[in-house]
Design a protein around this ligand. Structure first.
Ligand code: AP5
Length: 213
């Protein structure tokens, strides 16, 4: 299975990817997670990327494409699920070239659709584990013990870019730069639209109906 998950910030890409991964041994590659690891490590990529991430804008295509070229070469022979890449038409074209070079064509591009106001509510309440990256929500999916991850018992934190003004900037960047990918993948016959509003289990079932099963 070689798929990409597209959708606005807060659509539930990371949450649903974790559910898919628990059932299928697929390499889940999140560009946001890789970038945050680089920021934590203080690598040259992390230092460069941080200013874009903090402001809610996109890290330049050239940096992201090089990062993904290296990552896909590593561990993806048995399939992959890309979460947060591609995010621009230039990145989609680069991915087409990469998958061609590697003889690993995409099976589907899943577009998670959710209204902007739902995104704002989801992201203002999101908490993530500072160690294992597990995703929670203060009201929708709270941790059993306040502030402590259910999976590894480390503290959960609010992401720096989950402040309302940054969330709204990320949404406008999404509509301008990433939403055009729907047309891009519709033309190649790979697009599958999934309604990502409503409770977690409902979205999970719709994803299964769209072929993620
Ligand atoms: P990234 O980390 O990829 O952020 P994002 O795309 O903005 O997506 P999010 O992680 O915010 O949301 P999600 O869809 O995964 O939602 P989640 O499952 O957590 O990127 C961060 C930054 O890195 C970018 O802004 C950019 O600067 C840079 N970057 C990354 N990739 C790049 C690229 N390719 N090119 C350039 N720059 C790049 O869920 C959100 C919340 O909602 C959680 O609290 C969850 O519990 C809750 N929730 C989930 N599903 C439901 C549901 N059905 N009902 C109720 N609540 C739900």
């Amino acid at each position: 299975m070689r798929i990409i998950l597209i959708g606005p910030p807060g659509a539930g890409k990371g949450t649903q990817a974790a559910a898919v991964k628990s059932r299928f041994p697929v390499d889940h590659i999140s560009t946001g997670d890789i970038l945050r690891e680089n920021v934590r490590a203080g690598s040259p990529l992390g230092i460069e990327a941080k200013k874009f991430m903090d402001s809610g804008t996109l890290v330049p295509d050239a940096l992201i494409i090089e990062m993904m070229r290296e990552r896909l070469a590593k561990n993806s022979a048995d399939g992959f699920m890309l979460d947060g890449f591609p995010r621009t038409v230039a990145q989609a074209e680069a991915l087409d070239e990469l998958t061609k070079e590697m003889s690993m064509p995409l099976d589907a591009a899943i577009l998670l659709e959710v209204p902007d106001e739902t995104v704002v509510k989801r992201l203002c309440g999101r908490r993530v584990c500072s160690s294992c990256g597990a995703i929670f929500h203060v009201t929708g999916n709270p941790t059993a013990v306040e502030g402590i991850c259910d999976v590894c018992s480390e503290p959960v934190v609010q992401r720096d870019d989950d402040r309302e003004e940054v969330i709204r900037r990320r949404l406008s960047v999404y509509h301008r730069d990433t939403a055009p990918l729907a047309e891009y993948y519709e033309k190649s016959g790979l697009l599958r639209r999934v309604d990502a509003s409503g409770p977690f289990d409902a979205v999970k079932s719709r994803l299964e109906s769209a072929g993620l099963s």
